[in-house]
Design a protein around this ligand. Sequence first.
Ligand code: AP5
Length: 217
Amino acid sequence: MSSVSRAPSSIVLFGPPGAGKGTQAGNISRVTGKPQVSTGDMLRAAVKEGSQLGAEAKEYMEAGLLVPDEIIIGLISERMMHDDATEGVLFDGFPRTIAQAEELSKITNVSLVIMIQVPDEDIIDRIVGRRMDPRTGDIYHVKFNPAPSDITPRLVQRKDDTEETVRSRLDAYHDQTKPLSSWYNEVSKDSDLRVISVDGRGSIDAVSKLIENEIGS
Ligand code: AP5
């Protein structure tokens, strides 16, 4: 159904913490054929492995701060050398600063930016109620998207999903990441880049449909 080109070009999924980027990424990946690349997931894997990079990133993540650009750019540069990235990928949670976006433009062509808009007042509830299945990586919510009862006992909560840390993550978003939306809008004026904005306040299915419609139009 998608009118998104399958030529080598990448998609950026952009939005505040808890906007539903991870929740929507699987469906967008399916309709566009682009593999999901989540810097948050990559960093959590590095923390779990106990690597040097993971140890460095952990402190920033637990404080709700952005991990330094050079660490993130190193991770992405390495990831984009994998075979499945040659036709472009779906970035989830990257780039998050203008410096990251500038570096990204040297690595891959970004043809589409999908911005999911959710107001701050909805974010805290979404994040504090989020639970994750450590076996599959599936994301649930205690109220908005409850897990099947056989899975519930093994669900975990992310360490950075406390109300206090969410507030720091929102500050980081407004100070360092939000300016990227104007940056991408400016870039789109002189290039083939498409920027679409989607209201992320509906149900998960409603937001999926909005995104699919926008991608296909
Ligand atoms: P990361 O893992 O990327 O976290 P984030 O951007 O804060 O995003 P989240 O994963 O919290 O939210 P999401 O938008 O994916 O929402 P979700 O779909 O889960 O990054 C974590 C940390 O790593 C950062 O703080 C930073 O330290 C570091 N980091 C990562 N990338 C970095 C980078 N590029 N540069 C520097 N540092 C970086 O949904 C949230 C909840 O809401 C779920 O429970 C879900 O079920 C529910 N939900 C989703 N959609 C809906 C809906 N429509 N209605 C109701 N509930 C919904």
